[in-house]
Write a protein that binds this ligand. Structure first.
Ligand SMILES: *Cc1c(COP(=O)(O)O)cnc(C)c1O
Length: 375
């Protein structure tokens, strides 16, 4: 057995004809940058998310950077981020000479602890960047209320959650990434909607903000060679847009397949003592980018090594919380500052989950986890 976290080749095989055709069309047109497929994909993506504007760019990290630039944040402005996340979220904040301000996470949904946000707000605070980690929305209703009360922007990092939907208490449903002022996502190959290279996008309702973001991604110009604002160069190339336009048609199916795998893990692992299964929020659907269990009694690394010896790969997302990363150390915020996230970093283990998971392979993974705890 040699079980990987994802099966990108298997996924390609099933849509090979359509993908190859889409790629061939781009090759024949030679419109490698800004071909018509880019606009077309943006339209389809906006429709999928029921949002006014989808703006593609070079990758998910750029999308976050463009979002913060579009909001006009100034050096020294503070942006609140969860510490149990991928580094990109804090990285772009620091790159723009903004100040990342850390907040702890909650253990059940793995996302920012909304009860610990207000204590972090100062006169310099300008934005909150919740991350919909592993594919499930952060606690957005209370978060949006805090943002409104304190006049803060909300930039959602939806790199892992495309397709997840949040339901407000009044019944209103919004797609992840389309709840705050700007949402961002990534098309990195292993993401839920992955291309065959790098790619990213922003979701924006407001027309003026969308125009600004589009200009920033394109050297700050609306008219070629007329640069009104400082921008960058970040685009989704036509090949990737053509590939994504095909794959977007399968996204609902892909999300359903991931959910079936998650349901099967839930069922197969329910009786295992020593692990905590991922909680399902009642206010958000789950896109299951990752199926992440928590392993108690400091046995996480032992389980990981055991699974590896049985031919099963598992991953730790993420082993070090932001506040303990060398590049982001802050005075007075050492070990013990964000205890829940620190505990998560010691307990989380993500199991293989993807659209091509074979029942017998998953059965084997479940069996091996039982075997580890029964030995
Ligand atoms: C993948 C990811 C990103 C960055 O996306 P790239 O396309 O790799 O730049 C940002 N935030 C989170 C939470 C991610 O998972």
């Amino acid at each position: 057995m040699n079980i990987a976290m994802v099966d990108l080749h298997g996924q390609y095989e099933r849509i090979r004809e359509e993908i190859n055709h889409a790629i061939q069309e781009v090759l024949d047109s030679a419109a490698f940058i800004n071909g018509p497929q880019v606009k077309q994909f943006e339209q389809h993506l906006a429709e999928y998310n029921q949002v006014e504007h989808a703006i593609t760019c070079g990758n998910g990290t750029d999308a976050l950077q463009i979002a913060l630039m579009a909001l006009g944040l100034q050096p020294g402005d503070e942006v609140i981020v969860p510490v149990h996340t991928y580094v990109a979220t804090a990285e772009v904040i620091a790159l723009l000479h903004l100040e990342p301000v850390f907040a702890d996470c909650v253990a059940d949904r793995f996302t920012i602890d909304v009860t610990r946000i207000e204590e972090k707000i100062t006169p310099r605070t300008k934005a909150i960047v919740p991350v919909h980690l592993y594919g499930q929305c952060a606690d957005m209703e209370p978060l949006m209320e805090i943002a409104k009360r304190h006049n803060l922007f909300v930039v959602e990092d939806a790199a892992q959650s495309i397709g997840a939907e949040y339901t407000f208490s009044d019944g209103r449903k919004l797609k992840s990434g389309c709840i705050g002022d700007i949402g961002t996502t990534s098309f990195f190959p292993s993401k839920n909607l992955g291309c065959y290279g790098d790619g990213g996008a922003l979701f924006i309702r407001d027309a003026r903000l969308a125009e600004r973001a589009r200009m920033i991604a394109n050297h700050g110009q609306k008219i070629k060679y007329h640069h009104d604002i400082v921008g960058c160069n970040s685009r989704l190339d036509t090949l990737q847009a053509a590939i994504l336009d095909v794959k977007l048609r399968y996204l609902r199916e892909y999300t359903a397949a991931r959910n079936r795998v998650a349901d099967k893990y839930d069922e197969g692992l329910a009786s295992v003592k020593g692990i905590i299964l991922p909680a399902r929020a009642t206010d958000s659907t789950h896109a299951f980018h990752q199926y992440t269990i928590r392993v108690a009694d400091k046995r996480r690394d032992e389980l990981k090594t055991f699974l590896q010896s049985q031919g099963i790969l598992s991953m730790i997302y993420y082993p070090v919380p932001l506040h303990l990363q060398q590049a982001y150390l802050r005075e007075g915020q050492g070990k013990g500052s964000y205890p829940v996230s620190e505990q998560l970093s010691e307990e989380v283990l993500s199991l293989p989950i993807h659209t091509e998971m074979k029942p017998e392979v998953q059965e084997y993974i479940i069996q091996q986890i039982h075997a580890f705890f029964n030995q």
